[in-house]
Design a protein around this ligand. Structure first.
Ligand code: NIG
Ligand code: FE
Length: 427
């Protein structure tokens, strides 16, 4: 197989290791100036200075080498987006404007908007229509440097529609450069037809546990998630759904303490979740429990901004407490419509006070840990996946410093270039 060689990089910047980085280590980034990188057989095989490359491999390319010119650019690990909701139909741009006119996310949902309006549109869409829009979202993710992502169901909320969402996701991901791992989220909301009484809601929780989760696990989902929130699923219901997921082989993760301090962070620790997500209202005891249990905090600051929450998850306290912080887009039509992790990194630095180095670890190695992939991806080190992003700029800072534009020029997935000069190319 041919080699892919990147020469004359202004800088190569990466976290290191095969597990999430916590505390001061989250900000520890290896930087190589005037660097080179080699991928072989889909993996990274060599990294060093360009001078060392010449000493080890000679200056002349091999006949079948693919050579990228890294001048003026910085190489980073392919970004990992550990929290998205991409298989959905319909848009909710009117809610965006309603919030600007003073309504809250919860008020809009109570008035019939919110998740259930996307459920109606998603139920009405064919699997082909859903796969098409999901594929477009994967394309945009790739152009913004994401090479691996997690994606949830949760806009079906019945057996057939949840399975349709997962089928659409699988169809969109088949042959797509972005690697996808699926999460079963029938516990995203109570569907309209199961509202009105506690008995009806209990019936839906039972359906999730006994029918929908086993079916989604059999269809290939790897995780189970719940929207654990006041007015949605309480702690006991969330625990039940997560345990039912575990029983059919799904690893738990959780929408926790997003809008109110319900105690989701602690629940995530108690059920052995890989990740607890959002966490705007996480309390010190929950943060401590997460640190002790090794639960990754997947933070979604784009959602804080989009919902005009006037607060962010306490990222600095988390880092100080030894919790691994990851970053995701939460890409969805209601609370965060973006495929761009660089945009999220901007909010994470300016809004939550992460350093650029901490943000890089959060969107690569720690994000990979959030989805159980840290041994295989998330760093530029020999043996890891050949997933590489080139950013326009002479050092890592340009990832965030040049905000509001897409800083990604080139993307390599499994050792093959798939984006060149900001455009998708096909082999
Ligand atoms: O992560 N919190 C629940 N789910 C999404 C929002 C989904 C929607 O509004 O459609 C979230 O913010
Ligand atoms: Fe979400």
């Amino acid at each position: 197989m041919s080699r892919l060689v990147v020469r004359h990089l202004s800088q190569l910047a990466t976290p290191q290791g095969k597990a999430a980085r916590t505390g001061a280590a989250q900000g520890r980034i290896s930087r190589v100036e005037d660097a080179a990188l080699v991928c072989e057989d889909g993996r990274i095989s060599w990294i060093g200075t360009d001078a060392d490359f010449v000493a080890a491999h000679g200056d002349a390319p091999r006949a079948d080498d693919v050579v990228l010119d890294g001048r003026g650019k910085t190489a980073l690990p392919g970004f990992v987006d550990p929290h998205t909701h991409i298989p959905w139909a319909g848009y909710r741009e009117s809610e965006f404007n309603e919030r600007l006119k003073g309504k809250t996310y919860a008020e809009i949902a109570a008035a019939g908007g919110g998740i259930v309006s996307t459920v109606a549109a998603t139920r009405a869409a064919s699997v082909e229509e859903l796969a098409a829009v999901t594929g477009e979202r994967l394309d945009r993710m790739l152009l913004h440097g994401t090479t691996f992502c997690e994606a949830k169901t949760g806009y079906g909320l019945d057996l057939a529609s949840e399975r349709k969402q997962l089928a659409a996701l699988k169809a969109a991901a088949a042959g797509h450069p972005v690697g996808v791992v699926a999460t079963a989220l029938p516990g995203h909301e109570v569907p309209l037809e199961r509202r009105g009484s506690e008995a009806q809601k209990a019936r839906y929780v039972a359906e999730c546990c006994d029918e929908i989760l086993p079916a989604l696990a059999a269809d290939g989902a790897r995780f189970v998630d719940v929207f654990c929130e006041h007015g949605v699923f309480d702690l006991a219901e969330s625990r039940r759904i997560l345990e039912a997921g575990k029983a059919v082989g799904l690893a738990p993760r959780l929408h926790a303490d997003e809008l109110t301090p319900l105690g989701g962070a602690r629940l995530a620790a108690e059920v052995g979740a890989l990740s607890a997500d959002h966490l705007l209202f996480a309390q010190p005891d929950g943060i401590h429990a997460m640190a002790k249990a090794g639960v990754v905090a997947t933070l979604l600051p784009g959602t804080s901004v989009f919902l005009r929450m006037n607060r962010y998850a306490p990222a600095r306290e988390m880092v100080a407490s030894g919790v691994a912080v990851a970053l995701g887009t939460d890409c969805n039509p209601g609370s965060s419509y973006t495929e761009s992790l660089p945009a999220v990194a901007f909010f994470a630095t300016i809004g939550m006070g992460l350093t650029v180095e901490e943000a890089l670890t959060a969107m690569t190695l720690n994000a990979a840990a959030s989805v159980g992939e840290a041994a295989r991806r998330g760093t530029l080190e020999p043996g890891k996946a050949g997933d590489v992003v080139l950013v326009d700029g002479r050092n890592l800072e340009h990832l965030v410093y040049h905000y509001g534009v897409n800083p990604v020029t080139d993307v390599v997935v499994a050792g093959s270039q798939v984006v060149r000069d900001g455009r998708r190319i096909r082999a």
